[in-house]
Design a protein around this ligand. Structure first.
Ligand SMILES: O=S(=O)([O-])[S-]
Length: 267
């Protein structure tokens, strides 16, 4: 795996680096009350997500101006290495990283902590102290040429034999209704939920292979509102799947706009 996913040691060795910003995506009460990684800034999920009406460029993105202000206010610069974590196997943190990527951050500088806060807490020091933050000007600009795809592209993918649609929700949700032809891969299957870390690379490749999620294909990800696919996207990026498409509108938009739905289990 490349350093899109990094371990606690990797992060601990960079805590004093001014070029690295660690983002804690948990709620403020957890960050303040339970403690956090030393020097980490707190950006809870709601702070970088539109409301349910999705007012910005697509889906639940917060808008380039809002993201620019937010990232700059916590000292993120255009060339910062960003490490994100949460305490939910990285799903909220991954959403932050994908949001930064969609607003133009260099994807080689985006890193998810492997193992969430509870793993860090077992291995490394924590603090409740406030970090020193120097606000910056952060130039966010929506990347129309990025991995994000729209409803038309999804409709085309349904009929494209070279595209594999992947539904990252739970089994019962999939059975209630999914985009025709989608393979089901609950995002949590990529996590060892006891160790609270991403599964080892060999296990990931074997699981993905068994499900027919082949790096030679175009992999098209969706869930309900593009939160859970952020985690799957991050893992597949770490495994260097070359052709990933991220359906920001996800099933919420697909159904709202009358897309056809299949029910029941996989064939
Ligand atoms: O994770 S989700 O966007 O499907 S609610």
């Amino acid at each position: 795996m490349n350093d899109r996913i990094v371990d606690t040691e990797w992060v601990a060795g960079r805590l004093d680096s001014p070029g690295t910003v660690v983002v804690d995506a948990r709620d403020a009460w957890e960050y303040d009350g339970i403690g956090h990684v030393p020097g980490a800034v707190n950006l809870p999920f709601d702070s970088f997500r539109a409301d349910e009406h999705g007012t910005a460029e697509a889906g639940m993105l917060p808008g380039a101006d809002a993201f620019s202000d937010l990232a700059g206010s916590v000292g993120i610069a255009a060339d910062s290495d960003i490490v994100a974590y949460d305490d939910t196997h990285g799903v909220f943190a991954a959403r932050f990283l994908v949001t930064a990527e969609l607003y133009g951050h260099d994807s080689s500088k985006l890193h998810l902590l492997n193992g969430d806060y509870s793993v860090w807490n077992q291995r490394e020091p924590t603090t409740t102290g406030a970090p020193d933050v120097t606000p910056r000007t952060y130039p966010a600009a929506f990347r129309a040429d990025g991995p994000l795809i729209d409803r038309e592209a999804i409709a085309a993918a349904v009929d494209d034999p070279g595209a594999t649609l992947v539904d990252t929700r739970e089994e019962w949700e999939y059975e209630e209704g999914h985009i025709p032809g989608a393979i089901r891969l609950d995002w949590r299957e990529l996590v060892d939920t006891d160790a609270r870390t991403i599964r080892p690379e060999s296990e990931l490749r074997s699981l993905l292979g068994t499900r027919g999620i082949d790096p030679a294909d175009r992999i098209v990800l969706y869930c309900n509102t593009a939160r859970r696919i952020s985690h799957t996207y991050t893992v597949l990026r770490a495994l260097e799947y070359p052709d990933l498409a991220f359906y920001e509108g996800s099933l919420t938009e697909w159904e709202r706009e009358g897309g056809s739905i299949e029910t029941g289990t996989e064939d």
